[in-house]
Design a protein around this ligand. Structure first.
Ligand code: ZN
Length: 288
């Protein structure tokens, strides 16, 4: 029985060395699996943060790794990658792996049992970590800025505010130094007690309130990080940030900055071009 890949990205690792456990041919090309990796893979069911890119090497030989992906192998031996995985992460009967896609066929040195060095592209990881932390902070600031628009209690977010994010968010796409979040403003949100009319009429004020909140948070330089419940890719992880309002904790499979002092600023723009769909675009300016 194979075992789940051990991952070190939660602690910020960019490098590692490990043993190749599988080299598979899949719909995504050649996929290399190792026992332990620093590569963060894109999730196959909630693909918010793109996977890391980088290199695998051994004794002077190097291959590029395209965006790392989730892979899984069933107890019956079925190997699947990314969107081809037929079950949700963590389902019994499957072992969960990080897949490292490489171009073309595997070179002769890259075989099961070989020792390899793994190296993640550092600037891209740092940009994605800033984008992901900025995304979480923007959603918490959005919940605060919309807090007075609820006629019924929608449940609380990580800071105890009415959880617009959980009620309305339908997709989140993180990129280097930013994110785009989409929120559905339909009938079901109205039925849940959200005052859409007042929101639409005060969009500019709401955006300004979010940006003021984000500026305050960035100025604290609060510590931020990922707490894993275990060492394997399948174990739950959560993001923590010690904000003045409290220690925000959100279940999260991604990577994050160590401190809000890594930002000069975080800001959002709210767009309601489609009145049924709020688009929040988050932009981070890194401290150099
Ligand atoms: Zn997250």
């Amino acid at each position: 029985m194979p075992s789940s890949t051990i991952v070190s990205f939660a602690g910020g690792d960019l490098r590692g060395s490990s043993t190749v456990s599988r080299v598979e041919t899949s719909s995504r090309g050649t996929i290399v699996v190792v026992d332990a990796t620093p590569f963060h893979p894109v999730d196959h069911t909630w693909p918010d943060q793109p996977g890391d890119t980088g290199e695998l090497s051994a004794e002077g030989n190097v291959v590029r790794v395209a965006e790392a992906v989730m892979a899984a192998v069933s107890d019956e031996g079925q190997f699947a990658v990314g969107a081809d995985i037929p079950v949700k992460r963590g389902v019994e009967g499957w072992t969960w792996l990080v897949g490292h896609p490489i171009d073309g066929d595997a070179p002769s040195w890259l075989v099961e049992g070989a020792r390899v060095e793994l190296s993640v592209d550092a600037p891209r990881r740092a940009g994605l970590s800033r984008g992901h932390t900025a995304c979480h902070l923007a959603s918490l600031a959005l919940d605060i800025a919309l807090g007075d628009l609820w006629r019924k209690d929608p449940g609380a977010d990580a800071l105890g505010n009415p959880n617009f994010e959980a009620r309305a968010n339908q997709s989140s796409r993180i990129h280097e130094d930013g994110a785009v979040d989409e929120y559905r403003l339909g009938k079901s949100l109205r039925r849940a007690g959200f005052d859409t009319e007042t929101f639409v009429a005060t969009l500019g004020e709401r955006e300004a309130a979010i940006n003021a909140q984000l500026a305050t948070w960035v100025s604290t330089g609060a510590s931020s990080g990922v707490a894993p419940e275990g060492p394997a890719i399948v174990d739950r992880r959560s993001w923590h940030c010690e904000l003045p309002e409290g220690d925000a904790e959100i279940l999260c499979g991604g990577t994050h900055v160590e401190s809000l002092s890594e930002f000069v600023s975080i800001s959002v723009a709210l767009d309601l071009t489609d009145p049924q769909l709020l688009v929040m675009t988050t932009k981070a300016v890194p401290a150099v």
